[in-house]
Write a protein that binds this ligand. Structure first.
Ligand code: FEO
Ligand code: CA
Ligand code: CA
Ligand code: CA
Length: 602
């Protein structure tokens, strides 16, 4: 039957049907065009992509892998710099002849392949322009186009900059690190610089020191407690076999140099990016910014790990024209807070300040630098609320913020609390925060649950949606989100291995937050099989929406009937978006516009 609009719906589109196939789909009346794919050249002198003969040198000038965050720094209407994170790599679908690697051995991985992976990480910054026909394209000739990789020189700001715990044999100053890794979500500052969040950095570190079970033996590591709390070394990649700095046996301080928010100036390729240590070290999911009603800069950032915390940064000073610059003190002078979600529906933001409460030398925190490096350990002492994997967090100008709690299969019935109400949560939930006085810099406020995700037709799931949400509109595992120019909330999903539990592909959903329809969700876009959806990002005029389809052909496919059981380069579950028998699936950025022009779904 035809799908109809719901009365009072603030989102003007007819819902897309749920499904799962080899290509992407958008609601009727909109276009979803591929803008750029893994390997596409982004600079005037970038070589064309040659997937059978890829090199690290070529990759360092081409669009990287697994596009996640998308931001846009407008130069003038219809022209600006697109800023895209490249979170991680999937060697089994990137390289011919390489199957899914045994994470303890990586027998097939060579230094050449590892170096390509390192060059495929980080971010891309490049100009895009909108043509007469309303379609966007890449301008390779802008001299400011650049790649950030796992080997780009980066400096530090804030309390840990230059600290002994950041010093390595290659960098006796503790001020110069090579590269940024696992850049998941991010943000744009009010002054147009690009923030990249370093998330699962622990996975890149290696050790050859194993115990009898074959697990890392940290007993000889002086910082074992810190490493343990951060999951270092994760040994997800073979990098440490070929690069000593990723081997903690040789460089035990290198992990202390990752897990930060990185600022990039998209207008100046010569500006060295900065890791802002004042914003703390954890598995930063994102870094969405806002200006509080008292004028200060506020950044929300979750620590995406089961039972980890939601954080918020508040600058010391108000935002002014003078401090609205790359490398601003607004990102180094201020207070980092961690959230305690009280069962009575109030929230307390607890300051992570040296000398206050338990954050003293007696408890192992010699100075603010130790809090910046061991943020998780400090937050543990303050009694923050362990959450169901805080993913993206999105502030709105009115003092509201939305927190995506993606899932947590390991929460037991005994560990349930009001803010994390379901044991074995496979589908996650979304929390709405209302900061005191509508001011994002407030240290108190209230919270409520906007939706509990999952299939509302299965009672045991315990989902909570507006009752008119259709079989197409409910979703699981919220990950990224955006608020458009009209204050409306959009959610993208990343089900990962939970894909087979819903049978639905990941996608983009509109979600009502106000009035009668609060909690009503509709499907707007869906991914090709095995891809998760990142972005989303709206231009200021609300006429363009950027989406990023990450790792098409991988997540969950081995559990789904009708698709390649274990995607490989030679036998992928899809060859989206090229559908060329010589090309594996490629992570790509998609641009959504309304047919005939105008704001998206208003
Ligand atoms: Fe990279 Fe938390 O998703
Ligand atoms: Ca994410
Ligand atoms: Ca976001
Ligand atoms: Ca994700």
């Amino acid at each position: 039957q035809a799908l109809a609009m719901t009365e009072g719906d603030r989102f003007n589109f007819t819902e897309l049907r749920w499904g799962n196939d080899q290509t992407h789909h958008i609601a009727d009346g909109f276009d979803a065009d591929v803008l750029i794919r893994w390997g596409d050249p982004i600079m005037a002198d970038s070589p064309e992509f040659d997937v059978m003969n890829q090199t690290a040198e070529a990759q360092a000038k081409q669009f990287g892998y697994n596009n996640d965050y998308v931001g846009f720094a407008e130069i003038e209407p219809g022209r600006g710099m697109l800023c895209v994170n490249h979170e991680y790599t999937n060697e089994e679908v990137m390289f011919p002849g390489i199957g899914r690697q045994d994470r303890s051995g990586f027998e097939q991985m060579t230094k050449e392949l590892v170096d390509i992976e390192m060059a495929a990480h980080g971010g891309s910054v490049f100009e895009i322009v909108r043509g007469e026909d309303g379609k966007w394209s890449v301008n390779r000739d802008n001299p400011n186009n650049r790649r950030i990789t796992a080997e780009t020189p980066i400096t530090f700001s804030g309390p840990a900059a230059g600290h002994d715990r950041l010093k390595t044999s290659a960098d006796p100053t503790g001020m110069n690190v090579l590269g940024t890794i696992n850049n998941c979500a991010g943000g744009m500052t009010p002054w147009g610089t690009y923030l990249m969040a370093e998330e699962n950095f622990h996975g890149y570190f290696w050790t050859d020191t194993l115990d009898a079970e074959g697990d890392p033996d940290l007993s000889a590591q002086p910082e074992a407690a810190s490493m343990e709390r951060y999951g270092v070394p994760g040994r997800w990649y073979a990098w440490g076999k070929f690069h000593d700095r990723f081997n903690i046996d040789k460089e035990p301080n290198e992990p202390n140099r990752f897990g930060y928010i990185v600022e990039v100036d998209p207008m100046n390729p010569d500006a060295t990016p900065i890791k802002h240590t004042a914003l703390g070290r954890f598995r930063h999911e994102g870094a969405e910014t806002t200006v509080a009603s008292d004028g200060r800069l506020v950044i929300y950032s979750g620590d995406d790990n089961r039972f980890d915390y939601q954080y918020k940064w508040v600058s010391a000073e108000a935002v002014t024209d003078e401090n609205s610059v790359f490398g601003s003190s607004l990102l180094s002078e201020g207070t980092l807070y961690v959230a305690r979600f009280n069962d009575d529906g109030t929230i307390d933001w607890l300051p992570l300040v040296h000398g206050e409460g338990p954050l003293t030398a007696e408890n192992g925190f010699e100075s603010q630098a130790d809090i910046a490096i061991d943020t998780r350990l400090a937050a543990d002492l303050l009694g923050a609320t362990p959450m169901d994997r805080p993913e993206d967090a999105q502030p709105r100008g009115d003092g509201t913020a939305y927190i995506m709690l993606t899932n947590n299969s390991r929460r037991t019935p005994e560990q349930v609390d009001a803010a994390n109400p379901r044991p074995e949560s496979n589908f996650g939930h979304i929390i709405e925060i209302k900061e005191e006085g509508g001011n994002h810099s407030a240290t108190t406020g209230t919270w409520s649950i906007l939706v509990k995700c999952g299939d509302p037709s299965i009672a045991e799931v315990g989902a909570q949606w507006h009752p008119e949400t259709s079989e197409h509109g409910w979703f699981g595992s919220p990950d990224n989100c955006a608020i458009d120019a009209d204050g409306r909330l959009w959610i993208s999903t990343d089900q990962g291995s939970n894909w087979a539990k819903t049978g639905k592909s990941d996608g983009l959903y509109s979600l009502e937050t106000e009035g009668e329809l609060r909690g009503h969700s509709k499907l707007f876009f869906r991914c090709p099989v095995g891809g998760e959806l990142c972005g989303p990002y709206f231009t200021d005029d609300a006429e363009t929406l950027f989406l990023a389809v990450q790792h098409p052909g991988t997540d969950g496919t081995k559990d789904l009937v009708g698709f390649a059981k274990d995607s490989t380069f030679e036998d992928p579950a899809t060859r989206w978006p090229d559908f060329d028998p010589a090309m594996p699936p490629r992570p790509s950025v998609v641009v959504v516009t309304k047919q005939g022009g105008g704001k998206i779904a208003v």
